[in-house]
Design a protein around this ligand. Sequence first.
Ligand SMILES: [Zn+2]
Length: 265
Amino acid sequence: MLPFNIQLIFAFVFGLTIGSFLNVCIYRLPLKKSIVTPPSACPSCGYRIRFYDNIPVLSYLMLWGRCRKCGTHISLIYPAVELATGLISMALLVKYNILNANFPQFFIYLIFISALICIGFIDLEHQIIPDVISIPGIILGLFFSLVINHIPWMESVIGILAGGGILYLVAILFELIMKKEGMGGGDIKLLAMIGAFLGWKSLPFVILVSSLAGSIIGGAALMMSKKGIRARIPFGPFLALGAILYVFFGKEIINWYINILSPGL
Ligand SMILES: [Zn+2]
């Protein structure tokens, strides 16, 4: 068995590589382009990005964030996604050690969080949540609960129904009261996917955290934007954030909460 710090480095590099693939998905899925071919190219001059310029984070630093050929500025989002995925992969390994019986959950949650990162950034940029991620995500979450049993499969089923149902109700109420569409169908399928992977018990936490973060960050963004209250703040990134926090801290926070409500138990 490799020493744990070497395992952590492997997990980090593994995460960086997945992050690099997520960048391809984030850029191409909304444009309805294939995520397999053609190889990556500079969006400005079409220069084919060589393998040595495609090393996660490092290439960005070595090229000073510019295309080697035309010098066009490359978005900071690319290395940020790679670094975030690398760090999350490492953090997951700390939580689900190889020697631990729960090790398969490392892969379940890495897949889940990768989908969330992809959805979050696409929603931020394009205000859409692609069905090609959320719908297979719902099925995959249920499948894992049946095969790996990281949560009882019934919790996953109820999670899908409750997650989809709650936001569907909110969307209908919002439309009735405000006479305009507030919550997209994409958010509904995203929360159903979160319910599928994390079970229904996660939903109060995810909704509370995402609404809080959405009100604070979204409110600040609204005040700064010239469009005022009419600007649409995507909710997907906040749902994704709430779900990622739940993966790492959810059970601890819920236990703490229950202890406060019923001391002495
Ligand atoms: Zn270029």
